[in-house]
Design a protein around this ligand. Structure first.
Ligand code: ATP
Length: 488
C-alpha cells in the first residue's frame, strides 16, 4: 500500500505548495477538473517548452501550429469521432459503479485504451466472468451502453441558426485540416511534421488518479508525414526519440517502458502502435500509458478528402451528422486535394502519418512522481522534488540570512539582477533552514543566501537542492555560475 500513500503525498504537496488545486474548490469542486497554481503553471510551461524544443525547434523537418478548439462538425464525421468515439459502459448491479467494459478484468489482465466500440461490444459478451473494480462482484452487470465521449456546444445566437459543435477530443484533426495550408504557405517537403500543443476535452466515464485522466486536458501531438514505404523507418525513429525525451528530462529508466499493441488491439486503420508507459503509483497494473505512438497510414487525409466532398450533403441534411454518409464514391484518391506531389520524383501520393501523441498534464504528473523524494536529515524528514533543472518551476531562490545589517538590500539587488535571466523567488521570512526546506519541496535547484561574510568580501552561499552542499560564489560571478550549473 506504500505506493498509494505516495500518490496521496504528491496530491497533498501539490495543494500545499500551490502546484495543483481542485477546480471550483470553493463550490465543492468539479470532478476531474484541475487548476494549476503558481508553481504548477511554471512546471507545465516548462514541460511544454521542453516538448516544443525537442520536437519543433531542434529539428529542420517540423513546423508548429495552433488550431482552434472549435472546428467544422464534418471534421469529426470524417475522423470517425462523431460515429465511433464512444466508450461502452456497464453498471454493477450490486454497487452501481459504472465501468468501461474495456477496463474490466477477469482478474489478471488489464486493458487501458479506448477501444473501438465493436471490440468493446465483443468484450461485453464475456461479462459474466468480469469483476467489478469497486466491490469485487463477478458478472453482475447491466446491459452494455455506449457513452459518447465528445462534449457538445453550440454556435450562434438564434435557436434557428445555431450550429451544434463539439469541443475537440484531440488536437490532431486540426493538423490534418491544415495540411494543405501548411504545404502551400511554407517550404516544407515530405518528410516533414506539423506539431501542436493544446487543450482537448473528453467526457471520460472513469476518471482517476488526480491529473492522470481528466475531462479537460492538454495534448502535445505531432503528425509526421512521409512517403508510403518509408513509414516503418519513421515509426522506429519517433519511438526512439520520444522514449529518449522522457529519459533526457530525468525520468528513471526503470520506470519507463514500451508496450506494443497486439494486432487485435489496433484501430482498423493503424499499421502499428506502441505506448510509452510509466510506472505510476496507482492502479492495479501500475504501468500506465504516458504517450501513444502510432502509424496511422494515409487514413486521416483520405477521410478528410471524403469529408470535403460531403459538404453538399451536409447542407442538404441541415447539419444533422447522423443523417450524413461520407462521400466515398470511387475515385482516384491519390490525386485528391490533400495529396502531395513530389516535384523531384514526379510522384503524387497521400502521405502516411506517424503520430506521437503525448499528454502535457500526464507528463507533468510523471515528472512530479519521479522527482518526489523523502529523506532523513538530522532526524527530520526532508521532502523534495528532484526536478530536472529545465523543469524546475523556480530556478533560484534568494535570501538574506537575517532581516538586518544591510543583508535584505544586497539580497534584493541580487534578486533584481538575476530575475531577467532565471525564474527567481525572494524570501526573507522565518529561519533560513525552513526557507531551504520550502524550496526543496518546490524543487528549486539553487538557493542563494546573503550573510555576514557577504558584507566583508562580496561572496554569497549557494546551496544545491539535491546534495545540500554549499559553496561560496562572488556576487559578480553569480550569473555565470548559475548559467553553467543550470545549463541554460
Ligand atoms: P486512454 O486509454 O488513457 O484513455 P487513449 O489511448 O485514448 O488514452 P490517446 O487518444 O492516445 O489516449 O491520447 C494521447 C495522449 O493524450 C495519452 O497518452 C495521454 O497522455 C493524453 N490523454 C488522453 N486522454 C487523457 C485524459 N482524459 N486526461 C489526461 N490526459 C489524457
Amino acid at each position: 500500500m506504500a505506493k498509494i500513500t505516495k500518490l496521496d503525498d504528491i496530491v497533498s504537496l501539490c495543494k500545499r505548495r500551490g502546484f495543483i488545486f481542485q477546480s471550483s474548490e470553493i463550490y465543492g469542486g468539479l470532478a476531474s477538473c484541475y487548476d494549476y497554481g503558481p508553481l504548477g503553471v511554471e512546471l507545465k510551461r516548462n514541460v511544454r517548452a521542453a516538448w516544443w524544443n525537442s520536437v519543433v525547434q531542434m529539428r529542420d523537418d517540423v513546423v508548429g501550429l495552433d488550431s482552434s478548439i472549435l472546428m467544422h462538425p464534418l471534421v469529426w464525421k470524417a475522423s470517425g469521432h462523431a460515429d465511433k468515439f464512444a466508450d461502452v459502459i456497464v453498471e454493477c448491479k450490486k454497487c452501481n459503479t459504472r465501468s468501461r467494459v474495456d477496463h474490466l478484468t477477469s482478474g489478471a489482465e488489464e486493458h487501458t485504451e479506448h477501444v473501438p466500440v465493436e471490440t468493446a461490444m465483443t468484450d461485453a459478451a464475456a461479462l459474466d466472468k468480469k469483476v467489478c473494480p469497486n466491490c469485487g462482484q463477478v458478472g453482475q452487470f447491466t446491459e452494455p451502453m455506449a457513452f459518447r465521449l465528445m462534449f457538445e456546444t453550440q454556435m450562434g445566437a438564434n435557436v434557428d441558426d445555431t450550429m451544434r459543435l463539439f469541443l475537440r477530443p484531440e488536437t490532431a484533426q486540426g493538423i490534418f485540416a491544415n495540411f494543405r495550408n501548411v504545404l502551400d504557405s511554407t517550404r516544407v517537403r515530405i518528410p516533414f511534421g506539423i506539431a501542436q500543443i493544446g487543450k482537448s476535452f473528453r467526457n471520460e466515464v472513469t476518471t482517476k488518479a488526480f491529473i492522470f485522466r481528466t475531462r479537460e486536458f492538454e495534448q502535445a501531438e505531432l503528425e509526421f508525414f512521409c512517403e508510403p514505404g518509408t513509414d516503418d523507418e519513421w515509426y522506429e525513429h519517433w519511438r526512439q526519440q520520444r522514449f529518449e525525451w522522457y529519459l533526457s528530462l530525468g525520468i528513471k529508466k526503470e520506470n519507463l517502458r514500451f508496450r506494443e499493441h497486439d494486432l487485435d488491439e489496433l484501430a482498423h486503420y493503424a499499421k502499428a502502435c506502441v505506448d510509452v508507459e510509466y510506472r505510476f503509483p496507482f492502479g492495479s497494473g501500475d504501468w500506465q500509458e504516458l504517450e501513444g505512438i502510432a502509424n496511422r497510414t494515409d487514413f486521416d487525409l483520405r477521410q478528410h478528402q471524403r469529408g470535403m466532398r460531403t459538404l453538399n450533403s451536409w447542407f442538404e441534411k441541415k447539419g444533422d451528422l447522423s443523417q450524413i454518409e461520407l462521400n466515398s464514391e470511387a475515385d482516384n484518391y491519390h490525386k485528391g486535394p490533400l495529396s502531395y506531389f513530389d516535384d523531384q520524383t514526379k510522384k503524387r501520393y497521400i502521405p502516411y502519418v506517424i503520430e506521437p501523441s503525448a499528454g502535457i498534464d500526464r507528463s507533468a504528473l510523471a515528472f512530479l512522481v519521479d522527482a518526489y523524494d523523502e529523506e532523513e536529515v538530522r532526524g527530520e524528514t526532508r521532502n523534495l522534488l528532484r526536478f530536472h533543472h529545465s523543469l524546475a518551476p523556480t530556478k533560484v531562490a534568494v535570501f538574506p540570512l537575517v532581516k538586518k545589517d544591510g543583508m535584505p538590500e544586497i539580497a534584493v539587488k541580487i534578486y533584481d539582477d538575476l530575475k531577467g535571466h532565471f525564474t527567481c523567488f525572494y524570501d526573507e521570512k522565518g529561519a533560513v533552514g525552513r526557507r531551504y526546506r520550502r524550496q526543496d519541496e518546490a524543487g528549486t535547484p539553487f538557493c542563494i543566501t546573503v550573510d555576514g561574510q557577504t558584507i566583508e568580501d562580496s561572496t554569497v552561499t549557494v546551496r544545491q537542492r539535491d546534495s545540500m552542499e554549499q559553496v561560496r560564489v562572488a556576487t559578480d560571478q553569480l550569473k555565470n555560475y548559475l548559467r553553467g550549473e543550470l545549463e541554460l
